[in-house]
Ligand binder design. Structure first.
Ligand code: GAL
Length: 817
């Protein structure tokens, strides 16, 4: 099974279940977003329809009840020994889960009507994710529960709804202390949908589209369509396939026989298929129309892509027949200052930034993603490793998933696979991350059990797991069982592991874990493990890592030199709330330092190290540090350059410091150019990059900044959709009179938004900052911060102003249509 799976040419397609486009009378989807009542704490009788919730807060879903804080080091304080980090003694970790008040009970109530629902109709309630331990009630009756906060789940609520009347939906959630290693968020943080259909209908996640045969001039699209109906009917299914331009390119029609067990199997040929890849994210749409006689009873759309994947011993990974390596990042699910509350515009912005870096893959560490992320990866071109768990039977945290594993693991994997198995972006499933069961007796049996479920539900994709206990995993068959052996932080052992394992290729499921703070430079510039400074920051010279982790260059070497290493997923693309290593015990640190991009979404220097290597379309030239170090006059202040060009020359106040060339033999100077002996004097530094022919290709100059003078504003998008959800991210820079960034500025900036939008949140990327994200003011960090403006539902002009005492304000105009 495994071998077959690995050598098979595989392809995928998609259903987006949340077809908000579904306007057909046969199927109606309601997004249950507005007008919810919410309160914290246990409530007696809140499921009762007669309960009075007038005093509760009114909220819109998606909603994260904890993100507004306040931050407090006593929230979910965990006295633990983190074994996977090699800790020998338990210590008090204050910001491990972000220092936000997510623990406890929360209740949501919604009065809704579903005019389409009538006798004989069917209704399903879908939660994209609810954090956590959801118990769902309709009209006072318990509908069901789902413990795992990251998974999507759904219930048939036909027998709970009242036709033609108001219904009361109540949801009780509960987050336990010591249940997570990072900030999980709290509440109905993803969308909730109600879908009303006829009796005979395609159920939730009811299509499965694969493309088992892809030739140059045609692809065979295999569509399996489930039918749910209270009794057998000889229904007819017409599936039409449209290309990205909306042109119908193929159609299949079939009748349901009693022996089909309510599943249509259709094989439809698409001529001259356009293949999906990160560079060509081409999506097709399958429209399934179900007929009872001549009457249309259901219509359902499934987006999919046509592409092949292959993993080959010795040669690695192939997409559409071309070898490539995953240039991936791991991300947690939070959206920085927005918390866990999902927002498509925020996700799109993250992916836009990652795309510019040349990143082509995302690992949804360590849990199921929001459906919107998977849709965006399809559309924008990212390959995905969709991951399920951070622990199995053996706990990492006292109240974690291990409590549910025996009863829920299979159900959780099934939902993960069913929801996302049509998406071309999803290349592999991951059944876990650094699970301590790697070393436990029978750990390999659990791995096989979970992998088999993935294969059963989706034979078209391989399965991986992120392993850290390499010695155990190599000797007890744990690593050998997996389709893809994935190692976390083990570049030094890839060759050895490959010799011991049967697969013939290895994936860096988690790599680097370098720590840095944007714009902060520490001296002397040396390689350090677990280095701490009094200000709780890490140096942006990118030489600092953890005892178990590495600087990016160490992984690059192995990725470049070993053919059977199929790529890496860097820990992490974006900084996230919680896990403030190396300052886990040093409040007020409460968000990570691992990100290539900070919590505000601003690239750190490291961004350009990756970009120089990964973005093969556009050149990169980036010089660090800044050049404003009052008091460092006469002291050694190294200058680094991250560039896609082979060599560059540094000039300090016009004087050449010599040319540096990327080394072919020395791994330390293979990916970065370094002038380590530069003596600081105010003025300017300039790097001039030379191409392979030695010709000047580009240059960059950084000047010593004067006093803060004005605020410069840059919006990532100046035209928004007037849908009440769209976001513009406005970067504010404190500049001197000549427009140079003041790299140490910490001015307190205040914001005002007028017109067709509202102020949403702000972040400055400082992992120690406990100023609340939702207040319209914050101090700049390393001279910058990012404020977010949300569109209203009415179109119009929006004006955003940032002001600070003693500085000229910044004003920027946006348009919402
Ligand atoms: C890994 C773990 C991640 C994160 C990371 C920090 O061991 O899988 O979740 O904790 O370390 O370096």
């Amino acid at each position: 099974m495994k071998r077959l799976l690995l050598i098979a040419l595989l392809t995928q397609a998609v259903l987006t279940v949340n077809t908000q486009t579904s306007t057909a009378q046969e199927r109606k989807e309601y997004l249950l977003s507005k007008g919810w009542a919410f309160t914290r704490g246990e409530q007696t009788d809140a499921a009762n329809p007669a309960f009075d919730d007038k005093k509760w807060e009114t909220v819109t879903i998606p909603h994260d009840w904890a993100i507004t804080g306040p931050f407090d080091g006593n929230n979910d304080v965990q006295k633990v020994k983190i074994e996977q980090n090699g800790e020998k003694n338990a210590t008090v970790k204050s910001g491990r889960t972000g220092g936000l008040p997510f623990i406890g009970i929360g209740w949501y109530r919604l009065k809704f009507s579903a005019p389409q629902f009538a006798a004989g109709k069917k209704a399903s309630l879908i939660f994209d994710g609810a954090m956590s331990n959801a118990k769902v009630y309709i009209n006072g009756k318990e509908v069901g529960m789902w413990p795992y906060g990251y998974n999507s789940f759904h219930f048939d609520v036909t027998n709970f709804l009242k036709p033609g009347a108001d219904n009361i939906l109540a949801v009780r959630l509960e987050n336990k202390p010591e249940s997570s290693r990072w900030y999980p968020g709290a509440g109905l943080y993803r969308n909730v949908h109600l879908v009303v259909t006829n009796d005979a209908h395609i159920p939730v996640w009811g299509t499965y589209v694969t493309t088992p045969v892809i030739e140059k001039d045609f692809a065979r699209v295999q569509v399996q369509t489930q039918i749910s109906a209270s009794s057998f009917k000889p229904l007819k299914l017409v599936t039409s396939i449209t290309d990205p331009q909306g042109k119908t390119v193929a159609e299949g029609s079939s009748a349901l026989a009693a022996t089909d067990l309510n599943t249509f199997s259709q094989s439809i040929a698409v001529k001259n298929p356009q293949l999906w890849s990160p560079e060509t994210p081409v999506l097709y749409t399958a429209t399934s129309k179900v007929y009872d006689g001549s009457k249309l009873v259901d219509e359902y759309t499934t987006k999919f892509g046509i592409r092949t994947i292959k993993f080959e011993a010795g040669n690695g990974f192939f997409l559409n027949g071309k070898a490539r390596k995953f240039k991936g990042v791991c991300n947690h699910h939070d959206l920085g200052p927005l918390g866990a509350a999902i927002n498509k515009a925020a996700l799109r912005r993250q992916l836009t930034i990652l795309k510019d870096m040349g990143c082509d893959a995302i690992r949804t560490s360590h849990n199921m993603p929001a459906p919107e992320l998977v849709e965006l990866c399809d559309e924008m071109g990212f390959m995905m490793m969709v991951e399920s768990f951070d622990e199995w039977k053996t706990p990492k945290v006292k109240n974690g998933y291990s409590q549910y594993f025996d009863q829920w693991a299979e159900k959780d994997i099934v939902n993960m696979v069913h929801r996302d198995r049509n998406h071309p972006s999803v290349i592999m499933w991951s059944i876990g991350n650094e699970v301590p069961d790697q070393g436990a007796k029978n750990g390999q049996k659990i791995a096989k059990f979970l992998q088999d479920i993935c294969h059963r539900e989706d034979p078209s994709r391989p399965v991986t797991v992120g392993m850290d206990r390499i010695d155990a995993a190599l000797t007890n068959n744990f690593a050998a069982v997996m389709d893809i052996a994935g190692f976390n932080y083990k570049p030094a052992r890839y060759e050895e592991a490959n010799l011991k394992l049967p697969q013939g290729f290895i994936l860096g499921t988690e790599t680097a874990s370098t720590v840095s703070s944007r714009g902060v430079y520490k001296f002397p510039v040396e390689f350090f493990k677990e280095k701490m400074y009094d200000d709780n920051q890490s140096s942006s010279y990118d030489f600092e890592a953890c005892p178990w982790s590495q600087v990016p260059d160490d992984e690059f070497v192995k990725q470049d030199d070993i053919k059977f290493v199929i790529g890496e997923f860097v820990w992490t693309g974006f900084d996230y709330l919680g896990e403030p290593t190396p300052y886990d015990t040093k409040w007020p640190s409460h968000s990570s330092y691992f990100g290539i991009i900070d919590l505000a979404g601003l690239p750190k220097d490291r961004f350009y190290l990756y970009r120089a290597k990964w973005n093969t379309e556009k050149p990169t030239l980036h010089v660090l540090p800044h050049w404003t170090f009052p008091g460092r006059e006469g002291q050694i202040t190294p200058v680094f350059c991250y560039t896609s060009y082979p060599s560059a020359e540094l000039f300090v106040n016009g004087k050449s410091m010599g040319k540096q060339e990327k080394s072919k033999t020395n791994n330390q100077t293979r990916y970065r150019l370094m002038w380590k002996d530069v003596v600081y004097q105010p003025g300017n530094i300039k790097v001039v990059a030379y191409d392979a022919n030695g010709k000047v290709a580009a240059e960059q100059t950084i000047k010593t900044a004067g006093k803060p003078h004005h605020i410069e504003l840059i919006a990532d998008r100046s035209t928004l959709d007037a849908d009440g959800k769209d976001l513009s991210y406005i970067t504010a820079k404190v500049c001197d009179a000549n427009g140079n960034l003041c790299p140490d500025a910490t001015n307190l900036l205040s914001f005002k938004v007028t017109g067709a939008g509202t102020y949403k949140v702000v972040a400055n990327g400082d992992a120690t900052n406990v100023q609340p994200f939702h207040q319209p003011q914050m101090n700049a960090f390393s001279g910058m911060l990012v404020a977010t403006v949300q569109s209203a539902e009415k179109p119009g002009k929006i004006e955003f102003t940032a002001s600070a005492k003693g500085l000229k304000s910044g004003v920027i105009a946006l348009n919402s249509k």
